[in-house]
Ligand binder design. Structure first.
Ligand code: NDP
Ligand code: OXD
Length: 310
């Protein structure tokens, strides 16, 4: 019974292995590259695994994604077939995402980037903004993270709309669903927050057509995945004024390449995929609990549906 752990950075892999060993002393836990007997590996714990890395594990019972998203696992085109994928989610991670969304929605709502730019040139200019009750925020994705963020935004006072695949009922949130609800969801939105999983249906969804349906000057916050966004469409929309500002936590290529225009665009805030960063001390407890539960019962509440893509 052994567990193989793989993250892109070796020191992080070692850190996670150590945390898991402390919590699961009865298991053999190895960095994936140092597994002595691949036949004995029954669980893998991964973030962005390399293609084919799990092929030698013929007795895998489950793959644990070190994150809520599973797109980084499904990106492995040689992934062992029909092995359940467990998402790593929890109140701690949801809380972090709520903080990130509230911070950046309020920042755009209160025009903080413009106020900071004014301070830089010592300009005393009072920008008048409506109260939150006069602002419509749209949240794309109403899962663990989107629903929690939407609820928090209603508590601050925003008019909140939400969009999901299947219809939802969230107190205080105007909910829309499916392709047929997308246009009505976007209409009048001044701050758009993306918390969708990356699937074939959502790739590129933050595009020119979507931006053109928002209120002119709207802001966009993408804390989901880089490929949700068509980068060139955002730059065009920012330059034309259709989009007033953007906060981006995730990118097509991470780390964001030095030459990428987002780094220096005056209307873009770049954060380095930290919206809800999972750390080993907290995350290892969730992972250990999930592996134990799966081992005992053959299931866990946070199983992803690989066919659906999330
Ligand atoms: P969930 O799986 O809990 O929720 C996904 C939501 O998206 C659901 O409401 C689902 O609808 C909706 N959805 C999926 N496909 C579509 C579609 N085609 N059209 C409309 N709605 C759709 O995911 P989480 O909330 O846990 O996480 C969301 C994403 O956030 C993750 O996949 C990950 O990519 C990203 N993330 C980013 C982090 C960061 O630090 N930047 C940290 C953690 C996650 P329905 O409910 O009807 O199924
Ligand atoms: C996740 C992430 O998917 O951190 O959890 O991006």
């Amino acid at each position: 019974m052994s567990i193989a752990v793989s993250l892109p950075a070796e020191d992080k892999t070692e850190w996670w292995c150590q945390m898991l060993r402390d919590l699961m002393p009865d298991w053999d836990i190895y960095p994936m590259s140092k597994v002595p007997d691949p036949e004995k590996v029954t669980y893998s714990v991964v973030w962005r695994p390399t293609t084919g890395a799990m092929t030698p594990f013929k007795n895998l019972k489950a793959i644990v994604s070190l994150g809520a998203g599973i797109d980084h696992v499904l990106a492995d085109k040689e992934l062992p077939e029909d092995v359940p994928i467990i998402r790593t989610v929890g109140t701690d991670l949801t809380q972090r995402m709520k903080e990130y969304v509230a911070l950046h929605v309020l920042r755009h709502h209160r025009e903080l980037p413009a106020i900071q730019a004014n301070q830089n040139r010592q300009a005393w200019e009072q920008i008048i903004v409506p109260p939150a009750t006069g602002r419509r925020v749209g949240v794309m994705g109403l899962g663990n993270l989107g629903a929690a963020a939407a609820e928090l935004l209603t508590q601050i006072g925003f008019q909140v709309a939400g969009w999901s695949r299947a219809p939802k009922d969230i107190p205080g949130v105007q909910c829309y669903a499916g392709a047929e609800g997308f246009g009505a969801f976007l209409e009048g939105t001044e701050i758009l927050v993306c918390l969708l999983p990356l699937t074939e249906n959502t790739r590129g969804i933050l595009n020119a057509d979507t931006f053109n349906r928002l209120k002119r000057g709207a802001s966009v916050i993408n804390a989901a995945r880089g490929p949700h966004l068509v980068d060139s469409d955002l730059i065009e929309a920012l330059n034309s004024g259709q989009i007033g500002g953007a906060t981006l936590d995730v990118f097509h290529v991470e780390p964001l390449p030095a030459a990428h225009p987002f780094w220096t665009h005056p209307k873009v805030t770049v954060t380095p995929h930290v919206a809800s960063l999972i750390d080993a001390p907290t995350g290892s407890k969730i992972v250990a609990k999930n592996i134990r539960t799966f081992q005992e019962t053959g299931s866990v509440p946070d199983l992803a549906d690989a066919k659906r893509g999330y």
